[in-house]
Write a protein that binds this ligand. Structure first.
Ligand SMILES: *Cc1c(COP(=O)(O)O)cnc(C)c1O
Length: 386
């Protein structure tokens, strides 16, 4: 077996750490659907696996690859991104103070405001792009966790992971980062000082819009990580072995997919910024974007494949544009090979900070100019009617 630590991330991903099935010699690993494991004659479990809510060789394959890609100490796989994110908060104690972003994935924001506060967490929202605001929200000895999302849905604001890790640690808090949009291709939050990195693996990690999954990766195996593992195993929100297998398959092409999609997103953002029907393009790769300089430092080699546009003629024209596309698919979610468009305000409801003229674009692997042409005709037709 090679020493995999000497290889670059692309190599680790392409061969999934060189996994082969020892029993058959197959170069693609087996799927283990077994719910239970044989006990030794002396009643022990020398092979280390007891029951499949906690232990499964198929989880270990995907988890080990993700741990290597994030540069962490261990990973856990969950039934969804929401199950992964909520597990971090459920490992805290009622009464703990947590600092979360104002702009973030809306369903998780809703959970924090409804369930987490009901359960006794003191949840404080701040603009995490403003370091002074983060500093003054932290309460040394009371704040246990800071949560970041960067770039953050669906305005793509960028938060300074290294600076906030430092602030959080000085106050005695941990930092966890939802890195779904950045992916390990462009950002490794643990290298920047974060304690935990979370992914909705439903998105880029799997990448084919055919698995719902979530992951957490830790910088170190400590008592907090043990509590998170206990939440996973006791609540039982585990990933199925077939989904875990699809996830390791998807991660093998992570680098080529994400780099190609990000290059198209950059090209689209530049062309849309010059479009007469568009009042603003929100994309960290554009020099005029407020978080651009920070993104250029924090994200390595690209700015991701998510952007949003604001339609000059307003909400009706934005909804009309989404109605008029042909190639883009009108659907929620992101990070698949097919490009998706969505009017977010009508999904998120009145408490959302998202402007009503905004369309969120998840750029897939189609030719960038085909995507532009389709959006261009849709913007023009919507403009005619508005
Ligand atoms: C989709 C998403 C989630 C939630 O993940 P699910 O897999 O849908 O549960 C969390 N954060 C971000 C940034 C997402 O895009």
């Amino acid at each position: 077996m090679s020493d995999w630590s000497k290889f670059q991330a692309e190599t680790l991903a392409a061969q999934a750490l060189g996994l082969i099935d020892e029993a058959s010699g197959a170069i693609i690993p087996a799927i283990h659907p077994s719910t239970t494991y044989l006990r030794d004659p002396d009643n022990g479990y020398r092979r280390g696996r007891i029951y499949a809510r906690a232990d499964n060789p198929t989880f270990e394959q995907a988890g080990a690859l993700l741990t290597a890609l994030e540069g962490g100490a261990d990973s856990l796989l969950f039934a969804s991104g929401m199950a992964a994110a909520t597990a971090v908060f459920l490992a805290l104690s009622p009464g703990d103070h947590v600092v979360v972003p104002k702009v973030m994935y809306w369903a998780f924001r809703a959970w924090l405001h409804e369930t987490a506060t009901h359960w006794g967490l003191r949840v404080e929202e701040v603009d995490t792009t403003d370091l002074d605001a983060v500093r003054s929200a932290l309460r040394p000895g009371e704040t246990r966790l800071v949560w970041l999302e960067s770039p953050a849905n669906p305005l793509w604001s960028v938060s300074d992971i290294a600076a906030i890790a430092d602030l959080a640690h000085r106050a005695g808090a941990r930092l966890a980062v939802d890195s779904t949009v950045a992916t390990p291709v462009f950002t490794r939050p643990l290298d920047l000082g974060a304690d935990i990195v979370m992914h909705s693996a439903t998105k880029y990690l799997n990448g084919h819009s055919d698995v719902v999954a979530g992951t957490l990766t830790t910088a170190k195996q400590d008592e907090f990580w043990a509590r998170i593992r206990q939440v996973l195993v006791r609540h039982g929100g585990i990933l199925g072995p077939f989904e875990a297998w699809l996830l390791q398959r998807g991660m093998r092409t992570l680098f080529v997919r994400v780099k190609a999609a990000a290059a198209s997103a950059q090209r689209l953002a530049e062309r849309l910024a010059a479009h007469g029907k568009v009042s603003a393009v929100l994309y960290p790769g554009l020099p005029g974007f407020p978080g651009h300089d920070l993104a250029a430092r924090q994200m390595r080699g690209g700015f991701g494949a998510m952007l949003s546009i604001r339609v000059k003629a307003g909400e009706a024209a934005a909804i009309g544009t989404a109605a008029n596309v042909d190639l883009w698919k009108r659907a929620t979610s992101l990070g698949g090979v097919e490009s998706l468009i969505e009017h977010r305000a009508s999904i998120e409801g009145p408490s959302s900070p998202v402007p009503s003229d905004l369309l969120r674009l998840s750029v897939g692997l189609e030719a960038a100019d085909d995507l532009f042409d389709d959006l261009d005709q849709a913007l023009r037709r919507a403009g005619e009617r508005a």
